[in-house]
Design a protein around this ligand. Structure first.
Ligand code: ZN
Length: 202
């Protein structure tokens, strides 16, 4: 399955000057919502990811996605794995579990994002799950931005990866385009302004 082609076909691989949620700037942005707006594509991707996870033998009770980005991927993956689907959300900047979702002691939770960049949001949500007694058994995403090592890839973990090294990370593909701290961004140096994806209709 050519994930990059699927993103390109859905006009979900955007080119411009973007400010990512990590604070870094990039010439490219992956708008997974555009890929996932077609439920059949969402199912196709989630089924492929679930197949890889099942083959690993990992035991999972629940998929937890950080809102908003991970919601659709998380739900689709939980459907494919036939497990419970919950989500974490930010309230006043703090990641929380609300909506009456309960975590049993020792419950095996797989964190799911649409794209893992450094994994910061996923790990913030994971810390909340752990605080409630759950066990984080793995991380999954449709695609990996290339800062973390995923199963079946030669890409090694970079210093800015926030995913723990003792649990598996599953993703369908690596998208390894450059990202810059704002002070070193060549696009800023050319005088353009980074926009937050989603803020101007994209
Ligand atoms: Zn910039």
């Amino acid at each position: 399955m050519n994930i990059q082609q699927i993103y390109m076909d859905a006009n979900a691989l955007l080119e411009g000057h973007f400010k990512l949620s990590s604070g870094n700037h990039s010439q490219f942005y992956l708008q997974s919502a555009k890929v996932l707006e077609d439920p059949k594509t969402a199912k196709l991707l989630a089924d492929a990811l679930a197949k890889e996870i099942k083959a690993s033998g990992l035991e999972i009770d629940t998929v937890c996605a950080p809102a908003l980005g991970g919601l659709i991927a998380g739900f689709a993956l939980a459907t494919a794995l036939d497990v419970r689907s919950i989500f974490a959300e930010r309230v006043d900047g703090e990641m929380t579990i609300r909506r009456g979702f309960e975590i049993k002691p020792g419950e095996k939770v797989l964190m799911c994002e649409d794209i893992i960049t450094t994994g910061g949001s996923a790990m913030e949500a994971a810390a909340v799950i752990q605080g409630l007694g759950g066990e984080i058994v793995g991380v999954a995403a449709l695609a990996n931005r290339g800062f973390c090592h995923r199963e079946d890839s030669d890409i090694q973990t970079q210093p800015n990866c926030k995913l723990p090294q003792n649990i598996p990370f599953f993703a369908l593909a690596d998208f390894t385009f450059e990202m810059y701290p704002p002070e070193d961004c060549p696009l800023c140096k050319e005088g353009s302004e980074a926009i937050k994806p989603g803020s101007r209709g994209n």
